[in-house]
Design a protein. Structure first.
Length: 75
């Protein structure tokens, strides 16, 4: 099982799509909401990102929600 973290915000439609994708495939993930968690916001900014979603799969960072790319990484 891969280690997956998703940096999200409460109002981001792409974040919702990314979470729905993982839930639909029954793939566990950790969510870090930058809207409600200041430490998550600092962690994301320290990685050099200002936007969400940022999906990290076993250390590989994906910017945005790209279902096709996710399918390739997870298969």
């Amino acid at each position: 099982m891969k280690n997956i973290t998703i940096f999200t915000s409460s109002t981001c439609p792409y974040c919702i799509s990314a979470k729905d994708y993982f839930k639909h495939k029954n793939i566990p993930f950790e969510e870090k909401n930058v809207s409600t968690d200041p430490s998550a916001r600092k962690e994301l900014m320290a990685k050099g990102y200002m936007g969400v979603p940022v999906i990290i799969i076993d250390g590989e960072e994906l910017i945005g929600f790209d279902e096709e790319r996710l399918n390739k990484i997870l298969d």
